[in-house]
Design a protein around this ligand. Structure first.
Ligand SMILES: [Zn+2]
Length: 63
């Protein structure tokens, strides 16, 4: 099963925020809200660009 992970630092920001979910929509929602609030990104296109650059698909693992 695939999970989705957003790591803010993948976008080049000095920021340790990350979110994981099996739902891509959920990850994108959280990541977008984070970009809005913490990086003052109000432009939807910029936010989606950041999210798409930093979103990874990862294999699920048991931990
Ligand atoms: Zn961040």
């Amino acid at each position: 099963m695939t999970k989705f992970r957003f790591r803010c630092k993948n976008s080049g920001k000095a920021c340790d925020y990350e979110v994981n979910s099996s739902s891509k929509d959920e990850v994108m929602d959280h990541a977008s809200a984070h970009a809005n609030r913490f990086h003052d990104m109000k432009d939807a296109t910029s936010v989606m660009d950041l999210v798409n650059r930093s979103l990874e698909e990862v294999e699920d693992y048991n931990d």
